[in-house]
Ligand binder design. Structure first.
Ligand code: FES
Ligand code: FES
Length: 159
């Protein structure tokens, strides 16, 4: 069956079964391999994309459930204000180790920053808890999110 889905501002027509996970469509049908397959069961966060700005596990999101919603992937997150800040902070803090989890981490972090410009430590922990990093980059991730958020009222806050 044919579905038309909007990804990174462009319409894509795909001919797949309706229950096909979005992750499969991105990677195998459209060749957008920045979004990673980890567990396939919503347990690791490697496959995180944004749907209407919300961090979403693409491995358990069927293509038929998307409708007219706007999908953003790692390939375009740097064009959003929050995504650009997060990517710069990731580089400044040298967050990445092996890198496998990192597109999902960046998608969750940028969704957090877009909805909550000055997250507390617990806000960060809550937003990022579903993104697993086998290399243990969690401390650098938290610091990079704080760097991207910037100081509150020009001062470093207790976040
Ligand atoms: S691949 Fe989707 S959460 Fe692990
Ligand atoms: S950087 Fe290696 S799994 Fe996160």
């Amino acid at each position: 069956m044919a579905f038309t889905i909007r990804i990174n501002g462009a319409q894509h027509s795909v001919d797949v079964d309706g229950d096909t996970p979005l992750l499969w469509v991105l990677r195998d049908v459209l060749g957008m391999t920045g979004t990673k397959f980890g567990c396939g069961m919503a347990l690791c966060g490697a496959c995180t994309v944004q749907i209407d700005g919300a961090a979403t596990r693409s491995c358990i999101t069927s293509v038929e459930s998307i409708g007219k919603s706007a999908i953003t992937t790692i390939e375009a997150i740097g064009k959003t204000p929050a995504g650009a800040k997060i990517q710069k902070a990731w580089l400044d803090h040298e967050v990445v180790q092996c890198g496998y989890c990192q597109s999902g981490q960046i998608m969750s972090a940028s969704a957090l920053l877009a909805s909550n410009p000055h997250p507390t430590d617990s806000d960060i922990d809550n937003a990022m808890s579903g993104n697993i990093c086998r290399c243990g980059t969690y401390v650098r991730i938290r610091e990079a999110i704080k760097l991207a958020a910037g100081p509150i009222n020009g001062k470093a806050g207790d976040r």
